[in-house]
Every structure is written in C-alpha cells, then in structure tokens.
Design a protein around this ligand. Structure first.
Ligand code: ATP
Ligand code: MG
Length: 447
C-alpha cells in the first residue's frame, strides 16, 4: 500500500511543508504547523487550480470590463477606495480591536441603504440586539439594512441568494466557518475556503462584499497572509484607539491607487470624516523641549504633525532606542550620524521617538524634525514654536530635498507657522521665512 502523503501548513502564513516544523521557515512564527486532512488538501488544490483559465485570447480581441463605481456617501471612504465601491469587488478591512471597523461599516451600510441599496450586514461576533444598540447610537436605522447574526457560511449564502442584496458585510472573517472543512474558524484552511467562496459569489452575482479581519500585534491580518492575496482591496485602520483620529490606509487596490488615505474622527455618533483634519496632529501650545513640527504628505494631502523625542541617561551598557510611528532602523541611523557629525555621546543615552496622533510616517522628509526633536530633548531646550523642519538626511550628513515642498510650506503657513528650516529654497514666494540648511551639523544654529 502506498504511504499516505502528509501535508503540514503554517497557520500564520499558509506555507506548506511535508514535515512538521517547530518554527515556520517562511514567516518565522513558532508552533504554527498543523497537519491537513485529506479533504483540506483537496480543497486547497481546488482553490489553487481554479484560477487557471484553460483558454487564452489575444489581448486585442478582449473587451475590457466596465467599472461603474458607486459612492459610499462618505468622502474619505470613497477616497481610499479609489472613487467608490466597484460592484462585485471583495474588500478586506483590517484593524486592531476597538479601532472602529464595525462602526465604520455599519454606518456605510446605513448610508447605502438610505440611498436605495439593499444591504446585508452579517455579524458573527455580536447579536442583532447589540448591533441595534450601535445602530441607534450612530443613527443607522434604515429599512433597507438587514442584520443577520450567523457564523455558518452556507446559511449566509442561502440568505444572500433569497434576496437580491447589492452589498454584503462580513464581521469578521475569522469567526465564520464552512461545513466543508472540519478545522476551527480562524485557521488558514477555514479563512481561505470561506474567502474563496465569497470571492466566487461576489464575482458571479456582482454583489460587493466587505470583510472585516482582525489584526495581530505585529499588524498583519490575524492568521492568513493568503487573505490579502485573494481579495481585490485591502484597507488597514491605523490610529490609537485611545485617541479620536483614525486613518484608513489602502494597502492594495486592484481598482485604484493606494496613495490616498481616509481620515476619520471617532465621535459619539460614530466615525465621521474628519472635517478639519489639519491642526489635529500637533499641539498648538508652546513647544516643550523634545518636540518638533514637520509636514508629512498623506497621499496628496499635507499634514502638520508633531515629532516628540525623549533623551535620557541610560543605566545600561546597551542603551535603548524605541520609535513609535517612525522606522526604528532609521532612528538608529540618525543617532549614529549625530554622534559622528556633532560628537554627541548618544551611546550613553536612551532615545525614544514618538509621532503624535497615532500617525505612521512612511517618508523620509521628517528626518530633520526627528533630529531637531532629539537635540531639543538632549539639550533640554524647547524649539521655537513657530518653526517647522523639513528635510531628508543622507548617510553622509547632507540634507536632501523633499517632494512637494511648496504644498507642505503652504499648509504650515495656514496653520500659523512663520519659519521653516528647509533643504532648498521653495519655488513659490512663500508666506514662511525659509532658511536653507544643507548639512546636518548646521542644524545646531537653529536650535
Ligand atoms: N458611546 C460612545 N461614544 C464614543 N465612542 C464610542 C462609544 N461607544 C463606542 N465608541 C468607540 O467605538 C469603538 C468600538 O468600535 P467598534 O466596535 O466599531 O470597533 P471594532 O474595530 O469593530 O472592534 P472589534 O475588533 O472589537 O470588533 C470604541 O473603542 C470606542 O472608541
Ligand atoms: Mg467589531
């Protein structure tokens, strides 16, 4: 008799192996391998093969799909989605617990229902009564909005086929299971099979489907990375749930750009598009030592933000470096540069950097502000309250140009700033007084 072929799968990333491993060689997670049953192997093969189209056509003979988006009636959400919802698309929204995923989608459903779309909101986490409570609070009671509290995929699909819903929300993908597979909800096999079925339904019935996914501490969708590959659009919620501002960022979008972000504010009546976004990410009070202001670009929008740094004497041989909202490798690089160019003994100090408002900086234009905040904390001397810092710092200590300098300066001026330390003179005559600094050691003159 032929020996049975065993297949083990990492429950974190979906990596398969013929041997059990203590640590996944693909994603590095410990103790995540489970043996797949025959039926699970069969289903995963089916999913892998399904995308193989046996018939090829010349591209010149193929008619393009017409994309007709519909609005969510929420300007910020439309912006991140690339202009609205595409019928038949599958959108994944991830975010940490309590960030507002259910709130945002329930309100979106209500807005669509109010405007004549028939919408089904499926919750596997909360009872209908619980959702009703939220709906009362955020004013989401609409006749065309239907609630279903269900964890079995087959029952959801029956409800979907009985009525012609145009939009379906699944809250959350980790709590739904399909009968076809015996493993527990939330495992890679379950999530993959459920998502695959939802994808098929979305494409064949042109129903748009939004699925909510929990994320792990390191920020990826809990369990399966495979999920991100399967869906059309992936959006992540960022923000500190203890603060009011939330940012919805596009991570992948098959129907649009991912350069724009949506900015929301959590209020008593739910998440609302932040009207006056500028001015919410920095303190307008007098600057304290360790605080510097810069302007970052979020998509096409400039945002004035505050960089905070704390430099304190270290009691350890290996001083601590920690960055929240800023790349920690970049922080280490900037500190090494300060040590070399300004001969400051940072090897004896712990350094902490934080970007206020829960923003994550993904660009290098804030380097100069990070340096300014560190030096201000180190010397215990506040910076000028009316000055902003812009510039990328190179490994040689030179300060490099930043993109969209004029846009950034204009925004800073509208927020009442008067002076800017910049790497190059702006093209337009600006309302701010600009001082060009081309070398990191010269920054000390402006401290
Ligand atoms: N009465 C209220 N007033 C203001 N904000 C509230 C109120 N009730 C709840 N919230 C906010 O809503 C958040 C919870 O939102 P929601 O349930 O949509 O989050 P979630 O991302 O779906 O969480 P989970 O992952 O637990 O499902 C709370 O963290 C809080 O910030
Ligand atoms: Mg929720």
């Amino acid at each position: 008799m032929a020996k049975k072929r065993r297949v083990y799968e990492c429950q974190a990333c979906g990596f398969k192996s013929s041997k059990w491993m203590g640590k996944c060689t693909n994603c590095g997670v410990w103790d995540s391998f489970l043996e797949l049953s025959d039926e699970q192997i069969e289903i995963s093969k089916k999913i892998e093969n399904s995308s193989k189209n046996p018939k090829a056509y010349p591209i010149t003979k193929i008619k393009e799909d017409k994309i007709e988006r519909f609005s969510t009636f929420d300007t910020e959400l439309d912006l991140v989605l690339g202009g609205g919802i595409v019928p038949g698309s599958l959108v994944l929204i991830g975010g940490s617990p309590g960030v507002g995923k259910s709130t945002l989608l329930l309100k979106m459903c209500a807005n669509l229902a109010k405007n004549g779309k028939k919408v089904l909101y499926v919750s596997a986490e909360e009872s209908q009564g619980q959702i009703k409570l939220r709906a009362n609070r955020i004013e989401a009671n609409e006749d065309n909005l239907y609630l279903l509290s269900e964890i079995k995929l087959e029952n959801i699909l029956v409800e979907l086929s009985n009525q012609n819903y145009e939009l379906l929300v699944i809250d959350s993908i980790q709590t739904i299971y399909t009968e076809e597979i015996t493993s527990a909800p939330g495992t890679v096999s379950q999530v993959r099979a459920v998502t695959f079925e939802l994808m098929r339904v979305a494409k064949s019935t042109k129903t748009s489907i939004f699925i909510i996914g929990h994320i792990t501490k390191d920020g990826s969708i809990a369990g399966p990375r495979v999920l991100e590959h399967m869906v059309d659009t992936v959006l992540y919620f960022e923000g500190d749930s203890s603060k009011d501002i939330r940012i919805l960022r596009g991570f992948k979008n098959r129907f649009g750009s991912i350069s724009e972000v949506g900015i929301f504010e959590m209020t008593k009546v739910g998440l609302v598009s932040a009207k006056d976004i500028s001015g919410k990410f920095f303190s307008k009070k007098k600057r304290q030592a360790g605080s510097a202001i810069t302007v970052v670009m979020e998509g096409s929008r400039p945002l004035v933000i505050e960089v905070q740094a704390l430099v304190s004497e270290s009691g350890y041989a290996n001083p601590k470096r920690s960055a929240t909202g800023f790349d920690s490798n970049r922080l280490t690089m900037l500190l090494a540069l300060l040590e070399k160019k300004l001969e400051l003994p940072f090897n004896q100090y712990d350094v902490f950097v934080n970007i206020s408002g829960g923003i994550k900086i993904g660009e290098t234009a804030a380097d100069l502000a990070v340096i300014a905040a560190i030096l201000s904390s180190f010397r215990n001397r506040p910076l000028n309250s009316e000055t902003i810092f812009l510039g990328e710092v190179g490994l040689t200590g030179d300060i490099r140009e930043v993109q969209m300098l004029d846009n950034r300066l204009k925004e800073a001026a509208s927020q009442g700033f008067k002076k800017a330390i910049v790497p190059s003179k702006p093209i337009e005559n600006n309302l701010l007084k600009c001082f060009v600094v081309d070398e990191v050691s010269k920054i000390i003159e402006w401290m």
